[in-house]
Design a protein around this ligand. Structure first.
Ligand SMILES: [Mg+2]
Length: 234
């Protein structure tokens, strides 16, 4: 019997790129007011670099492009990490299911998320998740070595919920890290594949993939019932 549902955060409960854009807007305001460059152009440039080069080099290349001092990178990172996210909201189906689960109280609920602690907690607060689930673990609060797929956070929630691994399900979007650790412990796993998201194209060998795959959380309870009946995946 499934007794607890544990969710990933980014690209599972909301669209992560909305947070990234919100951060870029904050950084653009900072750079714009300090150096008198166009906030709009600096913002657009960051998005272009993100699309072409990926996340790692955005701030360095944007500064280079505007001939601004490279030592601003650290401050930009601080602005990005500390800003209050604007324009991020739960996916409609995520909000629906979280509210329903809370109202009905049949399952314990939790979130396990990796990433910079300040960033993840700012997202969690902006999305109103603290009141919607029973437990939240930001793995970086305990050390970067506790990031998924490390067993630490899963075990901590199982203990807190006083349940066995086979009584919990983990729902995430990233087959690189969301399922292999959880499955190793004996949790059931569900992959959400949405229309957009950083990991939707990734396909991994079977041990990294989830037991079930869905494209909305709206019918989550049907899957949980199938798990309880002992059905295998599609
Ligand atoms: Mg994710």
């Amino acid at each position: 019997m499934i007794k607890a549902i544990i969710f990933d955060l980014d690209d599972t409960l909301y669209y992560e790129q909305d947070y990234v854009k919100s951060g870029f807007r904050a950084v653009s305001r900072y750079i714009g007011s300090k150096y008198g460059v166009s906030e709009k152009e600096f913002y657009k440039l960051q998005l272009d670099i993100l699309e072409k080069e990926g996340r790692g080099k955005v701030f360095d290349l944007a500064l280079e492009n505007f001939s601004l001092p490279q030592d601003e990178v650290e401050k930009m990172l601080a602005v990005y990490r500390s800003h209050n996210p604007e324009g991020i909201r739960l996916y409609e189906d995520a909000e629906y299911i979280l509210r329903k689960l809370k109202r009905e109280g049949k399952y314990k609920t939790g979130i396990i998320t990796d990433g910079n602690s300040q960033v993840q907690w700012n997202k969690i607060k902006a999305l109103g998740l603290i009141d919607l689930v029973d437990e939240i673990i930001v793995t970086d609060d305990f050390g970067v070595d506790k990031r998924k797929p490390a067993p630490f956070a899963y075990l901590r929630l199982l203990e807190s919920f006083k349940i066995k691994a086979g009584e919990a399900v983990y729902i995430g979007d990233n087959p690189l890290k969301d399922f292999i650790g959880a499955r190793g412990l004996g949790l059931k796993t569900i992959r959400i594949v949405r229309e957009k998201g950083m990991h939707i194209e990734k396909r991994m060998e079977v041990s990294y993939e989830a037991d079930f795959e869905v494209n909305t959380l709206r019918n989550l309870e049907d899957i949980l019932n199938r798990i309880d009946r002992g059905d295998s995946c599609d």
